[in-house]
Design a protein around this ligand. Structure first.
Ligand code: BEZ
Length: 252
């Protein structure tokens, strides 16, 4: 998937603004070595570096890393796959905000995180949890099916695990989960009645592979109308975000 890093920065700032509260959970200490996994355009990586940490940001998308380097030339960034990375010098903590639900191979990712941490090092993350954007996914599938795009309706872009399944996986990979929470966080969308379509254009393009663009515009409007009763309140659109947040400590 090719990311539009400019648009991401302008229109989806909420992704990293909310991330600031996950950073409180990270509780960076000066001098710590931190990896920001799935750093996107680098806003939170830069925030971590301002706390006098030695931080490295990695992301799968070259477009995101190019933008991050342009915006924060003093911070270290590189393109890397969350399921295939390794570093010679271990980290005190691995941090991740709103990225892990894009990872395909969580088993490989957890192994990489484990091996990149010092003993006692922490893995602190927030991702979409079970039920995340369920209304949006349901409406999108319904409209795809109605228009005869059965194959696209089966598309699985993200993984949104439950607290129970994910904390068990972390334990099976050698972590002790010291904190975990699964909670609703309705999240404001920008651009009024165009907000749903813009969100899907940014994050859910894969649902529309092979759909002619004029038909896609019509379908996006239909999805918006299906979501209106669930997403629109007092002049503002909100998406049904559900978060999974955890701290997991590397055991020997
Ligand atoms: C999320 O942060 O929950 C999310 C962001 C983009 C696509 C899917 C989920």
């Amino acid at each position: 998937m090719k990311w539009n890093a400019e648009l991401y920065d302008q229109k989806h700032a909420f992704v990293f603004q909310y991330g600031e509260s996950v950073m409180e959970l990270l509780d960076v200490q000066p001098g710590e070595r931190i990896l920001d996994l799935g750093c996107g355009t680098g806003y939170l990586t830069q925030q971590i570096s301002e706390l006098d940490a030695d931080v490295v940001g990695i992301d799968y998308s070259p477009e995101m890393i190019q933008k991050a380097r342009q915006s924060y030339p003093e911070v270290s960034f590189s393109v890397a796959d969350a399921s295939k990375f390794s570093f010679t010098e271990p980290f005190d903590a691995v941090f991740s905000n709103a990225a892990l639900h894009w990872v395909k191979d969580h088993d490989a990712m957890m192994k990489c995180v484990y091996h990149s941490l010092k003993p006692g090092g922490r893995f602190v993350a927030e991702m979409g949890g079970k039920g995340n954007v369920l209304q949006l996914i349901t409406a999108t599938k319904q409209v795809l099916l109605k228009h005869g795009f059965a194959k696209q309706a089966e598309t699985m872009i993200w993984r949104f695990p439950s607290l129970g399944e994910y904390t068990s996986e972390l334990e099976n990979h050698g972590f002790r989960v010291t904190f975990a929470a699964h909670f609703d966080r309705p999240t404001a969308l920008q651009d009024g009645d165009q907000g749903v379509a813009k969100w899907i254009a940014m994050f859910g393009e894969q649902y529309f592979e092979g759909v002619p663009s004029n038909q896609k515009q019509q379908m996006l409007q239909e999805i918006t109308e299906l979501l209106r009763p669930h997403y629109y309140r007092e002049g503002q659109w909100f998406s049904d975000y559900v978060r999974l947040r955890f701290t997991a400590v590397k055991q020997l």
